[in-house]
Design a protein around this ligand. Structure first.
Ligand code: NAD
Length: 259
């Protein structure tokens, strides 16, 4: 068991919530973050704390707002004394051909999926360096390594986060701080559920065909990656034994990027 502190952005749902659950079960103090109904989030927070005995707090910072990101990191330091692990996970998706891609959507995806990780890293890294220990884990995507049509903003942001990961890894390497990117294939979360009708419209095919011929066709295992699998990899990267893994862009994609 550890008593380290982890901020997990975008952890009110999907992969982030699974990561929060794994970290709380391992004894971390956990800062939950994300959008959603306040009462529902409080229920999740209280249940996680009760299940695990961990300290679990919620910060409502909007990841498109740099000041709110700075305040979230500062609040965690005030509350727990340090931020040992930062998991940049918050993300959104939008699927449309580039000619029809709304510019405001492009901007928002870049802000939440890429710039938020820059801002959070900028604020969390100095304390990690000063203490000689830190873990920054960016939840990227197989789309950090390969592209798919109709996802221009998402693929650009995820390729960008791979570059950010490698750069900060080099800057932090001599200070006991590792920086890595976890690159899941398709995981059945609200983010994927929402894009199935969008993909069907963009491609002119049925929703069943999107699941069979687009999503799972990319993954040789022919099954969705699970939230628990991504959480277990992230927890491992946060531990002492992962100290020599840094600057790595790690697929967890059922073989997708082996093609
Ligand atoms: P999800 O929609 O279930 O969860 C996204 C989380 O981000 C939610 O908690 C949401 O509230 C939060 N969020 C969105 N906008 C925010 C904002 N402005 N400020 C703060 N929080 C915000 O999605 P998910 O599938 O769990 O995705 C999590 C991460 O995993 C994303 O970065 C996504 O790109 C990545 N990913 C997902 C898949 C997949 O197949 N589901 C695959 C590869 C990578």
């Amino acid at each position: 068991m550890t008593h380290r502190t982890a901020i997990i952005t975008g952890s009110t749902s999907g992969i982030g919530l699974g990561i929060a659950r794994a970290f709380a079960a391992a004894g971390y103090n956990v800062v939950l973050n994300g959008l959603g109904d306040a009462a529902a989030i409080e229920e999740v927070r209280a249940a996680l704390a009760a299940e695990t005995g961990a300290e679990v707090v919620y910060d409502q910072a909007d990841m498109s707002n740099p000041e709110a990101i700075a305040a979230m990191v500062a609040a965690a330091v005030t509350r727990f004394g340090a931020v040992d692990v930062l998991v940049n996970n918050a993300g959104i998706q939008f699927v449309a051909p580039i000619e029809e891609f709304p510019p405001a959507r492009w901007d928002l995806i870049l802000q939440i999926n890429l710039s938020a990780a820059f801002h959070a890293t900028q604020h969390a890294l100095p304390g990690m360096k000063a203490r000689g220990f830190g873990r920054i884990i960016n939840i990227a995507s197989a789309h950090a390594l390969v592209a798919s049509p109709f996802k221009s903003a998402y693929v650009a942001a995820k390729h960008g986060i791979a570059g950010l990961t490698k750069t900060v890894a080099l800057e932090a390497a001599e200070h006991g701080v590792t920086v890595n990117a976890v690159c899941p294939g398709y995981v059945m979360t609200p983010l994927v559920q929402k894009q199935i009708p969008e993909q069907a419209a963009a491609r002119g095919i049925s929703e069943e065909a999107v699941i069979r011929d687009v999503l799972l066709a990319a993954q040789p295992t022919r099954r969705f990656v699970t939230v628990e699998e991504v959480a277990a990899l992230t927890l491992f990267l946060a531990g002492e034994q992962a100290g020599s893994i840094t600057g790595a862009i790690i697929p967890i994609d059922g073989g997708w990027t082996a093609h």
